[in-house]
Design a protein around this ligand. Sequence first.
Ligand SMILES: [Zn+2]
Ligand SMILES: [Zn+2]
Length: 747
Amino acid sequence: MKVQMRRIGLSYDWAGTEIATCLPEYYRWNQWFFLKMVEAGLAYRRSSKVNWCPKCATVLANEQVVGGCCWRHEDTLVEQRELEQWFLRITKYADELLDGLDKLPGWPEKVRTMQRNWIGRSEGTHVDFHVSAMADTPAIKVFTTRVDTIFGATSIQLAPEHPLTKQLAAADPDLAKAVTEMIAEQKAARETGDIGNIEKHGVSTGKNAINPFNGETLPIWVANYILADYGTGAIMSVPAHDERDFEFAQKYGLHIKRVVAPVISPKDAAGADTDDLSLPYTGEDDAVLVDSGEWTGEGALEAQDKMARFAEENGFGKKTTTYRLKDWGVSRQRYWGTPIPMVYCINGHDGVKPGGVVALPESALPVLLPEQIEITQEGGSPLGKVSAFVHTTCPVCGGPARRETDTMDTFVDSSWYFYRYTDARNAHAPFDSEKANYWFPIDQYIGGVEHAILHLIYSRFWTKVMRDLGLIANSEPAERLFTQGMVIKDGAKMSKSKGNVVSPDDMIARYGADATRMYALFAAPPDRDLEWQEEGVAGISRFLARVYRLTIKYAPVVRSLESHTHGDEIAPKQFAGQTEDGAALLRTLHQTIAKITEDFSGRWHFNTCIAAIMILVNEISAAETAMDTGGIAPATIAELFRALTLLLTPFAPFLAAELWQQLGETAAVFHQPWPMADAELARESEIEVPVQVNGKLITVIRLAADSDEAAISAASLADAKVVARLVGKTIVKHLVIKGKLVNLVVR
Ligand SMILES: [Zn+2]
Ligand SMILES: [Zn+2]
C-alpha cells in the first residue's frame, strides 16, 4: 500500500508520523484509555443480548449491523446471543453528541442527519400497565411520546419476544405457534432490511391490561411489527391519533376512541364548523384534550407535562428521555485487536468475589497479544486457547488469575489515531497535550459516508472522553468533514469478493502514474462515485503525451529567454508588440488559472480543473502555426508553457517535474508558488449582447468590452436584423441591461 501511494505521488510525512495500530507502541494506549474509562465508570461489563456474526465468529456493535447483516459480510445474517461483554458508555454523551451536530456546519448535512437519527433522542413518558388477574406478573412498561392521548389507548401490543409474550405462550399452544411464526418473520425481515415495511398483523392473547389513568381494561395483543430490542418492546395502541395504530385497529376492528381535537374546528364543505375530523389526527400544537376525564380541555402539549408528573406522583410512570443509541459493545472474540487489560481473580480477595474482575495497574501495560497462535474460529476467543496468556496472577492479592481473552473492537484503534500523529513517538503518553492542542481540531477531515454512524460517531465520543480526562481542549475532532465517493467498476463497488478490483500497479505499468492519478481526479468530482473505465486512463495518457510533445517543441524558445523571473510573478503584462493571437492565448491562460484556483480552494472539483487545462492545451495546439511563424511573441510562449506546467503539477506531478527542467529551470517545480491570475489579462476584449424584439431573440451583437449603455443601444439599433424588424413599427420601450441584454418593445 505504501509503495503504491508513493508510486502515484501521494505525499505523507512517513518518517515523522507513521503509526501502526497493531503494534504495542500504539495499542498500549488503547489499554491505557480502557483503564481510564473503567476508573471513570465509562467502561463496564454486563451480560446482554448481543449481535453475533457467525462468519466473523465474533460479537458486533449495533453500528456494525447493516440491514440485519454483518458490515463485513453483507450476506451474513447477524444472530442474537446472550453474552457477558465489555461496553463503553457512549450513551453518557448522547445529548452532547446530538446537540454538538448543530455546531458542525462544516459537516455534510446527510452525515449529521444520519447521526441524529442514530442517536434517536425522544422525550416522553414511561407508563406501567398492570395485567388483570395476574398479580405476580410484572407490569407492562410502555414508552410513549404522547401520554396526553392515553385515554384513547384501546389495546396494548407486545413484541413476539417480550418476556410476557413468552410467559403467556408457554401456557397457550395456539399463541405459541403464532409467536414462533412472527419471530421467524421478523428475522427474515431483518435479513432483507425491510423490518420497517413489514405487513402488520397480530394476535390477541385473551388477557387484559389496566390503564392506570382511568382504570379501563385494554386487550393485550402480540404484534409482528413490535421489536423486543426497540424501546420497551411494548406499546399502548392509540388508533385515533397514530397512523400505525390506526391501520392495525382498522384491520382487526379494534375500538377507536378520539381524545384530542384541534382548537379551531375543521370546516365542512359549506364552511361551517364540524366535528367530522378525519382520523387519525396526530396534531399536538393548538390541540386540546377531549373525553379525557379530569384532563379534558387541557392543551395537548401542557397535558404531556402534567400527566407525566401525575404518573410519577402516583408511582405508575416517569417522564423519560429515550435514545436509540446504545452503549458501544467493544468485546470481540477475535485474535486481532487489543487485549483488554483486565483479569479475573480466581479465589477472590477483599472486595472482590471469587472470579471477580480486577483492572491491571498501568505498570502492567502493555498486555501483549501473543504471536503465532492457531485460529480455528471455533470455541470462543482464540486467546482462550493460549494457556501462557490466560494464566496470570492477580495484581492485588498475588493469587491465581485468568486474563480477559476477548480483544477490543478495532474501531477503538481508529477512534483516536489522528491525535497520535501530533506526537507519534511518545513513549510516555498517548500524545503530548500541548502538541495536540496546537493542531486540533482538524481543519479538514476526509472519510466515507459509510462511516457516518461508525468511525465518525466513535471518534466524536472518544474526543469528548479525552477532553474530560483533561488531555485535550477541543470537544469535536474535526471542524470540516468531506465524504468522498467510491470507485465503481462494472456497476458495483470494487471489492475482492466481486473480483472487479483494478490494481493501481497494473494501470501504472500500462499508462504511467500521472495518467492513472489524473484519470482518478478527472472522472468524477471527489464527492461522487467514480465509474472506472480503462479507456479513460488511456485518453488521459494520450493527452499527457500531447502536452509533452508541445512543451518539448517550444522548450528551446523558453530557455533562450533571459528574463526568467524564478518564483516571482511570472505573468508579463501586456507589452508593446503583443499580437492579437498572443493576447487571446494569455486571456485563456489567465481565465484558466483563475478557474482552477477557485475550484481548488472551494469545491475541490478537480475534474473541471482538468477540463479547463484541456481547453487551454487545445488553444495552444491551434496556435502552433502562429507560434512557428513568429505570430506569438517568445515571452508569451514562455509564459504559456511555464504556467501550464505549474497548473499540471498537482495532477501530473512526475511529468510536470520533467517539463519544468526541460524549460530550463533548476529549482524543483514543487517549490514554485502557484501562478496568480491577472484579472486584466483575463478580461474578455469583447462582449456578446443578445438583442430581443418583443421578447424574441433576434440577434447577438459583439462589441468592445468597455462599451457603455449608449454605445450598446446604438449598436443594437444599427444591426441589420433588428433594422428589418423595425420597418413600419414604433419603439415603445428600449431597455439595455449592460453586458446582458437589449430588449425592444415595438408596436
Ligand atoms: Zn462478519
Ligand atoms: Zn486477587
